[in-house]
Design a protein around this ligand. Structure first.
Ligand code: HPA
Ligand code: ZN
Length: 346
């Protein structure tokens, strides 16, 4: 066995935060089968191996079709708890100290599952992780953009009793043909609720959708945003405003946004001064959690220690942690990097 690459050792040691993770996208095939059995649901796959074999996507929509179908096994509050708890255990093993997760309530309310069932299951797991390990988190309620703005207003109404436990709003699902402008009134309402907004933009959609998300939805982070690079003026603006871009490299390869990880623009994004960082998006479907995304990028793009540390620092900067907590984690990173450098010099 070859020795661990020194930068991979650093990746393992650094405290990390994840800012772009769909909890429904952490549903591993094993848990999908277990929940299907528990709830008396039959899946259209003979076994776990054939389900995994179906995870061969052509584009975003071919993934979303499977992702929404898979979420059908989630029925009870315990199911949502088990889903979230399984993710949090993996996150802790990965060195994640803070996570900001998306949930898609419309995927569940459309199937007759109460908003409260979804919300309580997820939040109870997040509370347990904070009590047991001190892992902090934020919960982002995401609207499905393939549905109407009116549908978004309806689910927002259902969320009102739980707003104290919701930290922000997002926009996801099929991007092409569903521009941010479709949700301008809904996001204006979300901002009136004094909660921060983010939106997926520039994943499959054009750089113009990133502009719309900034100008019309007034988001404080762009999810993905990789196609911003097609517009040099937009890149300058994103860098000048220190607007975070939550990049998801393995997701981009699985959904064929880029042909190969070696062609991924992550390094170019850092060189352009963008506040980019690495996230896992839907790790059960895309073949890797956060640590694996960082390791794969380090290898494919030959990232140096400085670039890895910049990505991890960007992630804390872009998080919704309080300024004092961010400063504590940035100091912790400095100590770990200093110790790692001493080790390298030996
Ligand atoms: N893009 C858009 N919608 C999504 C994604 C994604 O990567 N994952 C889950 N919903
Ligand atoms: Zn996403």
């Amino acid at each position: 066995m070859s020795a661990l690459h020194p930068i991979d050792a650093l990746i393992a040691q650094l405290p990390k935060t994840e800012l772009h993770l769909h909890i429904e996208g952490t549903l591993e095939p094993e848990l999908m089968f277990a929940l299907a059995a528990r709830n008396g649901i039959s899946l259209p796959y003979a076994d776990i191996a054939s389900l995994r074999a179906a995870y061969d996507f052509n584009n975003l929509q071919s993934f979303l079709d499977l992702y929404y179908a898979g979420a059908g096994v989630l029925q009870t509050e315990q199911d949502f708890y088990d889903l979230t708890w399984a993710y949090l255990q993996r996150a802790q093993a990965d060195g994640i100290v803070h996570t900001e997760i998306f949930f898609d309530p419309q995927t569940h309310t459309a199937r007759g599952i109460a908003f409260a069932t979804v919300y309580h299951g997820i939040s109870r797991a997040l509370e347990t992780a904070e009590a047991e390990w001190g892992m902090t988190s934020r919960l982002i309620m995401s609207f499905l953009r393939h549905l109407s703005e009116e549908d978004g207003f309806a689910v927002l109404e259902q969320a009102m009793p739980y707003l104290s436990g919701i930290d922000g709003f997002g926009l996801d699902s099929s991007e092409a043909g569903h521009p941010p402008s479709k949700f301008q009134r809904l996001f204006a309402r979300c901002r009136e609720l004094q909660l921060p907004c983010v939106a997926h933009a520039g994943e499959e959609g054009p750089a113009a959708y990133v502009r719309e998300a900034l100008e019309l939805l007034q988001v404080c982070r762009i999810d993905h945003g990789v196609r911003s690079l097609e517009d040099a003026t937009l890149v300058q603006r994103l860098a000048a405003e220190r607007m975070p871009l939550t990049v998801c490299p393995l997701s981009n390869i699985k959904l064929k946004v880029f042909a190969d990880l070696a062609e991924h623009p992550l390094r170019r994004m850092l060189e352009a001064g963008l506040v980019a960082m690495v996230n896992s998006d839907d790790p059960a479907y895309f073949g890797g959690y956060l640590g694996e995304n960082l390791l794969a990028c380090r290898r494919a793009l030959d990232l140096g220690a400085d670039e890895i540390v910049q990505l991890v620092r960007n992630s804390f900067e872009a998080s919704w942690l309080a300024p004092a907590q961010k400063a504590d984690w940035q100091r912790a990173i400095s100590h770990i990097v200093a110790a790692w450098q001493v080790e390298q010099a030996l």
